[in-house]
Design a protein around this ligand. Sequence first.
Ligand SMILES: *[C@@H]1O[C@H](CO)[C@@H](O)[C@H](O)[C@H]1NC(C)=O
Ligand SMILES: *[C@@H]1O[C@H](CO)[C@@H](O)[C@H](O)[C@H]1NC(C)=O
Ligand SMILES: *[C@@H]1O[C@H](CO)[C@@H](O)[C@H](O)[C@H]1NC(C)=O
Length: 192
Amino acid sequence: MDVMILPVFLIVFIAATASPAVLSAECPQRFPKEMRPLSSCCTVEMNPNSSYNYTEGDPIINKCFGDFNSSATRPTGPPSGYDCELECLMIEFGYMGKDKTINKDKIVKSIEDEYSADFQEAGHKAIEICMGRKYHTSCPSGIDGMIECFAVQMMLNCPAKHWSGGEDCKETKQLIDKCGEVLSIFADYDTD
Ligand SMILES: *[C@@H]1O[C@H](CO)[C@@H](O)[C@H](O)[C@H]1NC(C)=O
Ligand SMILES: *[C@@H]1O[C@H](CO)[C@@H](O)[C@H](O)[C@H]1NC(C)=O
Ligand SMILES: *[C@@H]1O[C@H](CO)[C@@H](O)[C@H](O)[C@H]1NC(C)=O
């Protein structure tokens, strides 16, 4: 698994293994390598005046993912007490309780703080869509699925001025609109 960081409700972690395993005859099982990745079609813009504090955030990221600077030394598996790395992250940042209840208000506040004005509509929409779904992903709480859903919905609802246009991006969007539920959307980041 490779991990890409954007400071999306803090951070969007691209969990390549998180895709739901349901298959459909009309949809490919994996995101086709020859297609342009969705993440390169939308340039997500952050709020330059965000109050996110890296001094506080970095140790949490390191705790949950190991030494982030070095994928070579990053340990595999979550720290003890957590079912997966993303759950560790969400709980440590207070977006999720120890009882696995998601703190929606806090997530919404983070979106409002961390994304630019252009992305507020997409962010609010994404969190409504993604919190309304159930996930059968590698983390039992489904939080990895929720976060992947959020990242995808943000980009599917990309404001026109931040969308790179082009036929290849149009094709990617169509495929994900139709097959997103069954695709490993971020397979293009999978370095395994
Ligand atoms: C960020 O804050 C600066 C200084 O207060 C302000 O001039 C600027 O307009 C703000 N930028 C945004 C995108 O809110
Ligand atoms: C960030 O958090 C640290 C540790 O709590 C604190 O010392 C520092 O003042 C904070 N920085 C900002 C810009 O708020
Ligand atoms: C992190 O990576 C950078 C670039 O490779 C390196 O210069 C730096 O020393 C590393 N820091 C740590 C704490 O390993």
